[in-house]
Structures are given as C-alpha cells and as structure tokens.
Design a protein around this ligand. Structure first.
Ligand SMILES: [Zn+2]
Length: 312
C-alpha cells in the first residue's frame, strides 16, 4: 500500500496513543484512535484492518491496536517531517511558534525527502522542534525520554521547561506571554489541590498561577544546581535587562540543602577561575537571598546571607 496522508495520520494517531498508555497496557483502544482522528469507530476499524493487512499495525479485535516495527518507522518519518517543517517555519521564515502546527499538518504529507534533508542541513541537524518535541532520525527512530510534568516534579527544585504537550495556538500564546517556553528556568512553589492550581516562579522570580490542566501539559527537567545558576545567569532577563526598566539586581531566593549550595558556588568558581581557591570569605546559611545578576561586565553576583560573591 502506498502511504497516503490518511495512512500517515492513522499511524501518527496510534503512535501518540501508545505514548499515553499506562505501564501494563500495550494496545491503544479503537475508541481513542477514532476520537483523535475525528472519525466514527466503524471508519477507524475499517482503516485499521487495512493497515494490519499491510503489516503496519497489529490489530486485536475488541482490544485495540499497536504499531508494528514498520509502522513505527513510518510514523517516525512523518513526525520528522512535521517537526522539521515547524522549526523551519519558525527559525527561517519567522513565523510564530503558536501558528506553525496547522501548516505542518498539511506540509508533512507533501514535502519530499530531499527538501526535508536540506531543511535539516540548514537548521544544523536540530534535535527538538519549537515545542520541545524530539525530532526523529532520518531512519525514523524516535528518541524517547521521560519528563515530569509540573504536577509530578519535585516542589522547590530548579527546573527547566523541556516540552509543551499541547499544540493549541491559544495555549501556546499563553505559554509565550508568561515566558514558559522550552529552555526557560522555572520552579514549582506550591500545588493547591482544592483550588486546582499550581503556583510557579518564572523569569525574574515572577509568580505565575496556572490551573492543573495547563500544568499537566508543561514538561520539565530537574536541573542540577550548577546548571540552574548558569541558566539563570544566562537568561535574557538577567543578561540584557534594559537599565531603565529593571533593577540592576533581580532578586531570587531558594532553600537548598547546604552541601548543594556549596557545590554550586564552588563549581561556578572552578569554571570561571580554573585552579583558583574556593572563596574563603563566604559562609553557607540555609537560605540564599538577595540577588543574582549579570551586568555588562558579565560578572555573576550571588548574595549569600551577608556575603556578596562576584565571579567575573
Ligand atoms: Zn506540530
């Protein structure tokens, strides 16, 4: 069977369904396949039976469906085209990351392999699309990595947004306007089950309250403290703050166990001054407060208790 856009959309839907399966389930229910494609269960079953005859899926009547090896490779290639097109539209053509999904839904079925490989070259062989989704390899292998959502990650830990698991333009614009795009440093301050709300600290320690449904769609990675300090010091809000609109030192605070804080400060020192001794004047109280900033001389300043540590 020649892959048509319909076949490709079924394979993609089954693949996305497989990602949502709980540990002990191996089949995607047919009802779920039908609803994600907006077709009746009868239509979905007819199509899936045809896909099974082509060897692209394993179908078990009354149970569900899963991709065969060949089906997964084909799904991977469709996702590769989709995600490279999205990144190309954003990075090269300057389109909004909130708008490109719909365009990619069409283009993924029509761009040639030659064009896709040229896009891949021009983009420098990227690993992720603008929403943080992994770009499959040219062989159709889809890199898989588990990330916590804002509902399951540890509280008070330094985090980096890695992926936005919703392509709705309105939701993506909300994410963008709150500086919660992939790569941004954040922290979950509180989860309130009664209010269905999650309180975050975003850029500049700005407090943001979002609903649990939205929180479930933001995937994050827990950062080592050093990575977090470097990310904060490199964040645009810290590095290129216009003098007129922002204080010289944006304040922050965190309650990390003492050894972690020590390790981070020493690691920053070692990184910036290889071979130098540890800063001897600072003590390490339980709470770091005050400010961290990176000014035009690109020095990193941490205020720890009463001590000010500046690293050039
Ligand atoms: Zn997309």
């Amino acid at each position: 069977m020649v892959p048509s856009s319909t076949v490709e959309n079924y394979l993609k839907a089954i693949y996305q369904g497989q990602l949502l399966l709980t540990d002990d389930a191996t089949l995607v229910p047919m009802g779920q396949v039908a609803s994600s494609l907006g077709v009746t269960p009868g239509t979905a079953t007819t199509m899936v039976k045809a896909l099974a005859e082509s060897g692209l899926v394993d179908y078990e009547p009354y149970s569900g469906v899963r991709l065969s090896g060949a089906g997964e490779t084909l799904a991977g290639l469709v996702l590769r085209r989709h995600r490279l097109v999205e990144l190309f539209l954003v990075q090269v053509m300057g389109m909004s990351w909130a708008e490109v999904h719909e365009e990619a839904e069409h283009l993924e079925h029509v761009v040639s392999e030659r064009l896709i490989e040229r896009m891949d070259d021009m983009l420098g062989h990227p690993t992720h699309d603008p929403h943080g989704d992994p770009i499959p390899t040219a062989e159709g292998t889809i890199p898989l990595r588990h990330f916590d959502s804002l509902l399951t990650c540890p509280l008070g830990a330094p985090l980096k947004v890695t992926r936005i698991a919703d392509q709705d333009p309105g939701f993506l614009r909300f994410i963008e306007s709150n500086n919660l795009k992939p790569g941004e440093p954040i922290e979950v301050e509180r989860r309130d089950a009664a209010a269905d709300a999650v309180t975050l600290r975003g850029q500049n320690r700005q407090r943001i309250v979002i609903g649990t449904r939205a929180a479930s769609k933001l995937l994050v990675e827990v950062l080592g403290l050093l990575a977090w300090v470097l990310l904060m010091s490199a964040a645009p809000a810290f590095a290129h703050q216009p003098a007129a609109s922002a204080p010289a030192h944006a304040s922050f605070g965190f309650n990390d166990p003492v050894p972690l804080v020590q390790e981070a400060i020493h690691a920053v020192t070692a990184l910036r001054h290889p071979g130098s001794a540890k800063p001897s004047s600072c003590t390490f109280p339980r709470r770091i407060s005050g400010g961290s900033s990176r000014d035009s001389t690109s020095s990193l300043t941490l205020r720890i208790g009463g001590d000010l540590i500046t690293q050039n």
